[in-house]
Write a protein that binds this ligand. Structure first.
Ligand code: SF4
Ligand code: SF4
Length: 406
């Protein structure tokens, strides 16, 4: 059996057992240059960090060998903050990142996890879930721990079960260093949540597209006014800002030849001074290396570039793309297994390049059971969508575009 096959099969088949060599002592060969850091809670945090929602996959499983290589490169370059969650990668993300990180001394990395508010029906659920998460990650504390995804549907659970109070008890025990929340609600709700408790930080969706077309500018201003440190999620909108429409891509190339689409989007986020870490859900070593290199050879975002980002946003908007970040939260509740992010992704590519033939070919490559026409209009998916998309209506839009595409 090849090493890669061994790691994949053993690490995921025997959940949580000690599998990789090493026991917290893997040597970290420090690179000459590290990624830029920002200070939070008296510690240096890397400005770029690995979000573990879109881990590398191979044959339908997490590619542990690729993840091992990614983590090693990140650690060498001081990008030593990792963010996971209970539900990521169908519940397998925590096991996977824990399995890799256990090779390193605990004090050499920082790990964030989140309590899934939608699963909390009593105060005791918080501790029960927390203990399960520590075990899956093979650690005895989390550096950052959050109430996950506060929004209009989860806020009741968060309040009724005093999730903040329960997590604060864990902080007092030293099992959590900093307490925060990730957020997908509206500005009024954010104001309320910030006022309710003394949080250490918040995690917001922030990128140059959402700044103009959603309410990211307002959400950021609210956190900024409250002097609440910010971690950023979806800085590239689920990869959407790395697949710019051709006209926007050409404009960026002409104005910023030294940037890739990813580095431009990440540098834009870095221009917000309240932000101390940017999470990017990287899916392979190439993406990780590119992002780490952006922050080891860091260039500040300029006023000119801010104007360029606004121009690019206008071009993207004019294409009529669907604002899906491919987070897959909808997939967890869809009774029919419709491949919503893949369908929206294909539609967005079509809106960007106008190639109707390839739109149809790629759509027909999806399993029949995963296609839009199998939707039964139950709306369960929309309730789970952090972007507030009316998914059944958008699936209909995709179907009519397919019927017209040439
Ligand atoms: S509305 Fe359609 S896509 Fe959404 S959960 Fe129901 S069946 Fe799935
Ligand atoms: S439709 Fe919404 S929930 Fe589904 S993948 Fe896209 S952004 Fe996520």
């Amino acid at each position: 059996m090849k090493r890669r096959d061994f790691i994949i099969n053993s690490a995921l088949a025997i959940g949580g057992a000690a599998l990789l060599s090493g026991c917290g002592q893997k040597e970290i060969k420090k690179a000459e240059k590290e990624v830029v850091k920002r200070t939070f809670a008296g510690k240096d945090f890397p400005l770029i960090a690995l979000g573990c929602m879109r881990l590398p996959m191979l044959d339908g499983r997490i590619d542990m060998a690729e993840l091992d290589k990614m983590v090693e490169y990140a650690m060498m370059h001081g990008a030593n903050y990792f963010d996971t969650a209970y539900m990521y990668v169908e519940g397998k993300s925590e096991n996977a990142i824990g399995e890799i990180l256990k090779q390193y001394p605990r004090e050499s990395f920082m790990l964030a996890d989140k309590c899934p508010a939608y699963l909390v029906n009593s105060k005791s659920d918080v501790v029960k879930l927390f203990n399960e998460q520590l075990k899956k990650c093979q650690v005895d504390y989390f550096d950052n721990y959050m109430v996950h995804n506060i929004n209009k549907d989860t806020i009741k659970n968060y309040r009724d079960n005093d999730m903040y109070g329960e997590i604060m008890k864990l902080k007092k025990e030293g099992r959590v260093k900093n307490v925060g929340f990730s957020f997908h609600g509206d500005p009024d709700m954010l104001r309320e949540v910030i006022k309710e408790h003394k949080w250490d930080f918040c995690q917001l969706q922030l990128n140059y597209l959402d700044w103009e077309v959603m309410n990211a500018d307002e959400l950021y201003s609210i956190a900024d006014e409250a002097k609440l440190p910010v971690i950023v999620m979806e800085p590239l909108r689920g990869g959407g800002l790395c697949n710019l429409p051709e006209k926007a891509a050409a404009k960026l190339k002409e104005s910023c030849p030294d940037d890739t689409q990813a580095s431009f989007g990440l540098r834009w986020v870095s221009s917000k001074s309240r932000v101390f870490t940017i999470l990017s859900g990287m899916s392979n070593f190439r993406q990780l290396k590119e992002n780490v290199d952006t922050f080891t050879n860091f260039r500040e975002f300029t006023q000119e570039e801010l104007k360029l980002a606004a121009d690019i946003t206008r071009i993207i908007q004019s294409q009529g793309a669907i604002n899906c970040t491919a987070c897959r939260y909808c997939m967890e509740v869809c009774p029919r297994g419709i491949n919503i992010p893949a369908i929206f992704g294909l539609y967005n590519v079509y809106k960007s390049n106008g190639n109707g033939f390839m739109f149809k070919v790629n759509y027909e490559a999806l399993k029949e059971s995963e296609r839009a026409d199998k939707c039964i209009n139950c709306h369960l998916c929309s309730k789970n969508c952090p972007q507030g998309l009316d998914i059944p209506a958008l699936l209909k839009r995709v179907e009519s575009a397919l019927a017209r595409a040439k």
